[in-house]
Design a protein. Structure first.
Length: 448
C-alpha cells in the first residue's frame, strides 16, 4: 500500500526561485510545470522526448563567472570529465576558464570545438603514447605527470627547444570526499606520487633532469564532493612544504600550485555545498602565509572544478513507466532512464531529490523508490523519495543537480541509448546532443 505521509499539497507555489539544488532560474510554471532558463520542463520533454537532460546555459556561465570573480588571480580550469560537449567548451571558454581533460577524447572534442589548446591541461594516470603524442601535436598548455613511466615517455616526444610545461601530481595524505572510490588525496590508490616516503621527491628530481620538461608546479586532487575548506588548507600546507624542499634541494622555485577540484554541491534541499568565496579567501590567505613562512614567492593558484560548474546546471527529466505497490508496503516508481544515464546512486549510493513536473497533484505525498528501467535490482535512482501519492504512468519527474558525472559516465547497458541533451536560455530550448538510438549501437557492429 502507498503510505501517506503529508497532507495534500496546496495549489501553485508563488513563482519564486526554487533554490537548493535547482538552477537559479528554476521557478514554478503554469499547470505544475517547472521553468528552467525560462523553458517549461514538461514542454521540453514533449518536444525532445525523455529521458532528457536540460542544461541551463545561464547557470553554467554564472558559475564559471563566480569562480573568476572569487579567484581573479588564479587559473580556473573546468574539469571536462564532469560533462563535456562542444557547447559546454564554448561557454567556459567565453567565461575565461581553462579546461582540464583526462583523455584524448576530451582533448580532441575540446580542440575541435575551438577551445584554445594552450588553456588545456591534460590529466590521466595511464596516458597512452598516442594521447601524449596528440597532446604535443595540439600543443596543450600543461600535462600533469601521474606515474614514473610517463616521465621518459613524454621526454622522448619533446624537443629541448620546445619544452613541455608539466606539473607533478602528488598525494598529500589527506582524506576528503564523499566516498572511498573518489578519495585521491591518500595513499593506497592509483593516482599521483605520495609525498610520504619520498616518491614525489624522486619523481620531481627525475622531471627536473629532463631538459625537454619544464616543471611548472605541483598538483593534487583530494577527492570529490568536498564541502569544507579545511582539507584544502591542509593540502596547501603539504604542498608548500614540498615546494620549499624542492627549492632547498634543487634551487628552483616552482611558479604554480594546482589544488585540483572536488568542490561539493547540493543534491537535495538542505545539503551543504562548498562556499566558493570562502574557499577563495581562506586558501589564498593560507598560501600567502605559508609562502611567507618559508620564504617562497607565492605560486599562481590553479583550481579544477567540474561538478560545481556543471552539476547544478542540468535537470534530468524522466517519464514514469510503471508504478508498483507491493504487499509489504513498498512502492516503486519506474522511469524510462536509470543507471545507464546516472550510475552515481548505484556506484556511490549518492542521494538525490526529485519532483513531479507537468501537472499539479492534489493528493498527499508518499514515500516511494524511484527506480530505473534496467535489469538490475540495484538500479534505484532515488530511495525513499517523497512524491505525490497519485503518481501514475505518463507523469514526468525532474531531478536537479544532474549535470555532472551522469551523462559523462553513462553506459550502453541494455542498449537503452543515452538521453538527449537540450540547452535552455532566455525562454528558448535547443537540442545539443540527440538521443542515442539502437541504430547507433548496430552501426558499430562490423562482423557477425
Ligand atoms: C584531477 C582532477 N581534477 C579535477 C576533478 C574534478 O572534480 P570535481 O568535479 O569534483 O570538481 C577531478 C575529478 O575526478 C580530478 O580527478
Amino acid at each position: 500500500m502507498t503510505q501517506l505521509i503529508a497532507p495534500p499539497a496546496a495549489t501553485d507555489a508563488p513563482a519564486e526561485p526554487l533554490g537548493g539544488p535547482w538552477p537559479a532560474s528554476a521557478r514554478p510554471g503554469r499547470g505544475g510545470d517547472l521553468l528552467v532558463g525560462g523553458v517549461g520542463l514538461a514542454e521540453a520533454a514533449e518536444r525532445f522526448g525523455t529521458p532528457l537532460y536540460v542544461l541551463d546555459e545561464g547557470e553554467v556561465r554564472a558559475r564559471a563567472r563566480a569562480y573568476r570573480r572569487a579567484l581573479p588571480h588564479a587559473d580556473v580550469l573546468y574539469a571536462a570529465k564532469a560533462f563535456l560537449c562542444s557547447a559546454m567548451a564554448d561557454w567556459v571558454a567565453d567565461e575565461g576558464l581553462g579546461l582540464d581533460v583526462c583523455s584524448a577524447g576530451e582533448l580532441w572534442l575540446a580542440v575541435s570545438a575551438g577551445f584554445p589548446a594552450q588553456r588545456i591541461l591534460l590529466h590521466g594516470n595511464a596516458k597512452s603514447p598516442e594521447e601524449l603524442r596528440l597532446a604535443r601535436r595540439l600543443r596543450v598548455g600543461r600535462i600533469v605527470i601521474d606515474g614514473p613511466a610517463e616521465i621518459a615517455r613524454l621526454a622522448a616526444l619533446v624537443a629541448a627547444d620546445t619544452p613541455q610545461k608539466v606539473l607533478v601530481r602528488v598525494v598529500p595524505g589527506i582524506a576528503a570526499g564523499h566516498h572511498a572510490a573518489v578519495q585521491t588525496g591518500v595513499g593506497g590508490q592509483k593516482f599521483g606520487f605520495p609525498i610520504e616516503g619520498g616518491d614525489a621527491a624522486d619523481a620531481i628530481a627525475r622531471v627536473l633532469d629532463q631538459p625537454g620538461l619544464e616543471l611548472a608546479g605541483l598538483h593534487c586532487h583530494l577527492g570529490s564532493q568536498i564541502t569544507q575548506v579545511e582539507p584544502y588548507l591542509r593540502a596547501v600546507d603539504a604542498l608548500v612544504g614540498l615546494l620549499a624542499q624542492i627549492r632547498d634541494r634543487h634551487g628552483v622555485e616552482l611558479p604554480e600550485l594546482d589544488l585540483g577540484g572536488g568542490h561539493g554541491i547540493k543534491y537535495r534541499p538542505g545539503d551543504e555545498e562548498l562556499d566558493i568565496a570562502e574557499f577563495a579567501v581562506r586558501v589564498t590567505d593560507r598560501l600567502a602565509v605559508r609562502c611567507a613562512e618559508t620564504g617562497l614567492e607565492v605560486p599562481r593558484l590553479v583550481v579544477e572544478p567540474g561538478r560545481a560548474v556543471a552539476g547544478p546546471s542540468a535537470v534530468a527529466v524522466y517519464r514514469v513507466l510503471s508504478v508498483k505497490h507491493t504487499a509489504d508496503g513498498r512502492s516503486f516508481v519506474a522511469v524510462d532512464g536509470g543507471m545507464s544515464d546516472n550510475p552515481r546512486p548505484a556506484l556511490y549510493g549518492s542521494p538525490y531529490s526529485i519532483r513531479l513536473v507537468g501537472r499539479r497533484s492534489e493528493a498527499g505525498t508518499a514515500r516511494v523508490d524511484v527506480v530505473g528501467r534496467h535489469c538490475e535490482a540495484g538500479d534505484v535512482l532515488v530511495r525513499d523519495a517523497v512524491l505525490p501519492a497519485d503518481l501514475r504512468p505518463g507523469d514526468l519527474l525532474a531531478m536537479p543537480a544532474a549535470g555532472a558525472y551522469q551523462l559523462s559516465m553513462a553506459s550502453g547497458y541494455n542498449l537503452v541509448g543515452r538521453p538527449a541533451v537540450a540547452a535552455v536560455r532566455d525562454g528558448r530550448a535547443r537540442l545539443l546532443i540527440r538521443r542515442e538510438t539502437v541504430e547507433d549501437f548496430r552501426l558499430r557492429e562490423v562482423g557477425r
